[in-house]
Design a protein around this ligand. Structure first.
Ligand code: C2E
Ligand code: MG
Ligand code: MG
Ligand code: MG
Length: 286
C-alpha cells in the first residue's frame, strides 16, 4: 500500500486510521474507569407472557453513562470490553447488580420475576464462572430459578465440551439457560437436545421479516421446533401489533420488544411491577 500511494495520500490514509484508533484508545481508557466511577447502568426490558399478559421477567441490558459522550450502547463497548478482558469485571458487576435488584423486589414483595443476563464468551471461559454465579445468588438469598443466562450459538460452538460442562452445572443448580439471537449463529441443532437449554429467543431479524415482507417461514419453523423440544420461546424485537397478532396465533410463549416497552431504568421497571401494568392489556381483544 505504502508504495502505491503518494506522500499526501499516505498522510491521508494515516490520518484516517488514526482518528478511530485514538478514539478507540480513549474509549478503552475511559472504560477502565467506568466501573469505579459508577458509570455503568443496568436497564431492564420486560418479557411478557403472551397468554396471561403479565411480566414474567426482564432482560438486563447494560449502558454506559459517559460523562462526555452521553449514554453509550453496549454494541459500542461490549466488543471492546471483550477484547481487552474488561468484560470479566463488567460481567461480575452486571451479575451483582441483577442480584441486588432481585433482592430489592423480593424484599418489597413484588411479584416474583426472572432476570436474564447476557454472557460473553470470555466470561464463560473464566474458571470460576459457575461458582461466581452461584455465590452471588446465595449471598443475596435468592432462588436459583430467578436467574437466566443468555448465551449465543457461537459461544457454545467455540468450545462445546467445556461449555456444556458449565451449562450442566448451572442447570443442575436450577439456573435457566437461554439461547440468544437464535437462528443467526453457526450451530448444530443437535445441541438443543443434548444441552440443558430452557429457552430460545427468536432473533429480532426474523421478527422484523414478518413486518417487512410478510415472511413468517423461519419464525414458524422455529416455533414448531421449540414446541417439539418443549422449550420456552421468546420473540425478541416485537415492534408492531401485526407481529404480536401473528405470535399470538402461533402460541409463542413470551414476547419482548418496543411495542410493549423499551429497556427501562430500575425505577421505571419497579413502577411497572408495582402497578402491575400489563402492557399486553392495551392490545387485548384486537
Ligand atoms: P441482545 O441480548 O440480543 O439484546 C436485545 C437488543 O435489542 C437490546 O439492545 C435491546 O435494547 C434491543 N431491542 C429490544 N426490543 C427491541 C425492538 O423492539 N426493536 C429493536 N430494533 N431492538 C430492540 P441493546 O440494549 O443495545 O444491547 C445490544 C446487545 O449488547 C445485546 O443484544 C447483547 O448482546 C449485548 N449486551 C447488552 N448488555 C450486556 C451485558 O450486560 N453483557 C454482555 N456481555 N452483553 C450485553
Ligand atoms: Mg440478550
Ligand atoms: Mg438477542
Ligand atoms: Mg444481539
Amino acid at each position: 500500500h505504502a508504495k502505491t500511494c503518494g506522500r499526501d495520500n499516505c498522510q491521508l490514509f494515516h490520518m484516517g486510521m488514526n482518528v478511530p484508533l485514538s478514539n478507540r484508545l480513549s474509549l478503552e481508557n475511559d472504560l477502565r474507569h467506568a466501573l469505579e466511577r459508577n458509570q455503568l447502568v443496568a436497564y431492564y426490558q420486560p418479557q411478557v407472557d403472551l397468554k396471561r399478559g403479565h411480566i414474567v421477567g426482564f432482560e438486563c441490558l447494560i449502558r454506559w453513562q459517559h460523562p462526555v459522550r452521553g449514554l453509550i450502547s453496549p454494541a459500542e463497548f461490549i466488543p471492546l470490553a471483550e477484547e481487552t478482558g474488561m468484560i470479566t469485571a463488567i460481567g461480575k458487576w452486571m451479575l451483582d447488580t441483577a442480584c441486588q435488584q432481585l433482592k430489592v423486589w423480593k424484599t418489597r414483595e413484588l411479584p416474583p420475576v426472572r432476570l436474564a443476563i447476557n454472557i460473553s464468551p470470555r466470561q464463560m471461559e473464566q474458571p470460576d464462572f459457575v461458582e461466581h454465579i452461584l455465590n452471588a445468588l446465595h449471598q443475596h438469598g435468592l432462588d436459583q430459578g430467578m436467574l437466566e443466562v443468555e448465551i449465543t450459538e457461537n459461544l457454545i460452538m467455540k468450545d462445546v465440551e467445556r461449555t456444556v460442562e458449565k451449562l450442566k452445572q448451572l442447570s443442575a443448580s436450577g439456573i435457566k439457560i437461554a439461547i440468544d439471537d437464535f437462528g443467526t449463529g453457526y450451530s448444530s441443532l443437535n445441541y438443543l437436545k443434548k444441552f440443558p437449554i430452557h429457552t430460545i429467543k427468536i432473533d429480532q431479524s426474523f421478527i422484523a421479516d414478518i413486518e417487512r415482507d410478510g415472511d413468517t417461514s423461519i419464525v414458524t419453523a422455529i416455533i414448531a421446533m421449540a414446541k417439539g423440544l418443549h422449550l420456552n420461546l421468546i420473540a425478541e424485537g416485537v415492534e408492531t401489533e401485526n407481529q404480536l397478532a401473528f405470535l399470538r396465533r402461533m402460541e409463542c410463549d413470551e414476547i419482548q420488544g418496543y411495542l410493549l416497552s423499551e429497556p427501562l431504568t430500575a425505577q421505571a421497571a419497579t413502577t411497572m411491577l408495582i402497578e402491575n401494568i400489563t402492557p399486553l392489556a392495551m392490545f387485548a381483544g384486537r
